[in-house]
Design a protein around this ligand. Structure first.
Ligand code: ZN
Ligand code: ZN
Length: 242
């Protein structure tokens, strides 16, 4: 096996996610030390468990929303870690979470009504603009998720088959795997859903080449060039160790 480049796909920073412990810069340093090539910062969007005050203007909210990413990226530039922007859309009132990749702050500034869309409308808008939606932990059992899990395979691009650790009782990853197998068009991803520097390296993705950008990440996923990282082991897209 040639060298693989490792990436965290699901990461929170304490600047933006209420539930996170470590800053973007601390996360960047810890992932560099763990041998990763890059991270995707996926803070809870302003309709989720987000630290950005909701009484600010949309522009002010978005300026604050990108802070965890900006701080991680600035540190990454110093130490040699690639840092990419994404977010985890919270979809209230039902509460399920959608990782959204390959869109930027300009997109957010241009769509001040993003949080009042139905999920059908959100999915269409993201798709039209080249974004990618991965349903995070689609069968998680949590007080903030208020509907029985009913993933809409037709409205998502992929599914996080592995969230945090493989046998998570909370996340029921085995059901996410079933969903992915029932719908072969769905991209499969793994992410640690990391909120503090504990647990680095448990989840994520690996590629046989360096990922240059968010759009390159999407291309690499669509091309099937990725590997899953599950419980710290690199596996193929069926979860078999390689
Ligand atoms: Zn969180
Ligand atoms: Zn998350």
């Amino acid at each position: 096996m040639h060298k693989l480049y490792k990436y965290e796909t699901h990461l929170h920073t304490s600047e933006v996610s209420r539930c996170a412990v470590n800053t973007g810069a601390e996360m960047a340093r810890a992932y560099k030390q763990a041998g990763f090539t890059g991270i995707f910062v996926t803070d809870h969007f302003v309709n989720g468990n987000c630290a950005v005050p909701s009484d600010l203007s949309w522009e002010q909210q978005m300026n604050l929303f990108v802070q965890g990413f900006e701080n991680a990226r600035a540190e990454g530039e110093k130490i040699g870690l690639d840092v990419f922007f994404a977010w985890e859309y919270g979809n209230p009132p039902t509460g399920e979470d959608y990782l959204t990749y390959n869109l930027d702050k300009e997109f957010l500034l241009a769509h001040p009504h993003l949080c009042s869309l139905s999920f059908e409308e959100y999915s269409e808008l993201v798709g039209k603009n080249g974004g990618l939606i991965i349903h995070a932990h689609p069968y998680r059992i949590a007080s903030y998720i208020t509907i029985p899990p009913n993933p809409r395979a037709d409205l998502i691009d992929g599914v996080e088959v592995n969230n945090t650790v493989s046998d998570s009782v909370r996340d029921q990853n085995h059901l996410a795997w079933e969903l992915a197998r029932e719908h072969p068009h769905l991209i499969r991803t793994s992410g640690t859903d990391i909120h503090s520097t504990d647990g680095i390296g448990l989840g994520g993705m690996a590629f046989p080449y360096r990922i240059e950008s968010s759009s390159h990440f999407v291309e690499a996923l669509r091309a099937g060039d990725g590997y899953l990282i599950i419980d710290g082991e690199v596996t193929d897209m069926e979860g078999r160790p390689i």
